[in-house]
Design a protein around this ligand. Sequence first.
Ligand code: NAD
Length: 256
Amino acid sequence: MPQHDHPSLRGRTVLVTGAASGIGRACAEAFAEAGAAVIVLDRDAAGAHRVAESVGGRALVADLAEVATLADDALAGVDADVVVNNAGFQHVAAIEDLDPAAFATMHAVMVESPFRIAQRLLPAMYARGWGRFVHVSSVHGLRASPYKSAYVTAKHGLEGLSKSLAVEGAGRGVTSNTICPGYVRTPLVEGQLADQAVSHGIDKQQVLDEVLLARTPVKRLIEPAEVARLAVFLCGPGSDSMSGSSYEMAGAWTAT
Ligand code: NAD
């Protein structure tokens, strides 16, 4: 592989949230491959330890919904040069049926915990004059779909936090960007494909083309490793001025 495909992050420490599965796991693997020490944060203790062991990193078991105690409890003693805010989940319901508690939990995990993590880790980044935030947002950080109001609102909030971090970190060596994927091949999406094939009475390829990817010109799922590769790139050589941006990886979804 040419050098630019593996920017060296040797000597850097990366905290990846939701790293026991899917995109987070792929990020843990990609950052480890780029030479970084990886902290694998997840509420799934067994999964966090499994991934940490496989990448030679360390597991940090924490529930990011517990925002009030996050900084003093789970994050006590944690230091990192790079934060990948990835943990998240989906909840599908019409606004009039949506449980306000689910709305609040989604915001705690996907907006407030990234804020608390930043608040805790920024001073040391500023002192070192270098830091990177990569937030795994979504095309739903830029566009809405029906029945995903909590998710769409939280991802838009994460976009705002990223821009705020970018403008405050400017001149202090700290950058912040989001990645906005369309549908990524993770256990969650594979499950949706199988379920919808049964409920619609069509095969999985048809679900992909006509349901999940109906708004997506590029008719393929994104691989987690593709998202992880972009995350590493945003922290590598040449990334100092890449800040405050939202990088779509959504198969031309928003181009139509
Ligand atoms: P996943 O379900 O495979 O993994 C999510 C991980 O986050 C899990 O390991 C889970 O245990 C962890 N997590 C969830 N809530 C947590 C909490 N309260 N505290 C600690 N850990 C918690 O999901 P994924 O598909 O890899 O999604 C990762 C991120 O990518 C999410 O933010 C999601 O919104 C975003 N995203 C996913 C897709 C997709 O198609 N899969 C598309 C766009 C954006």
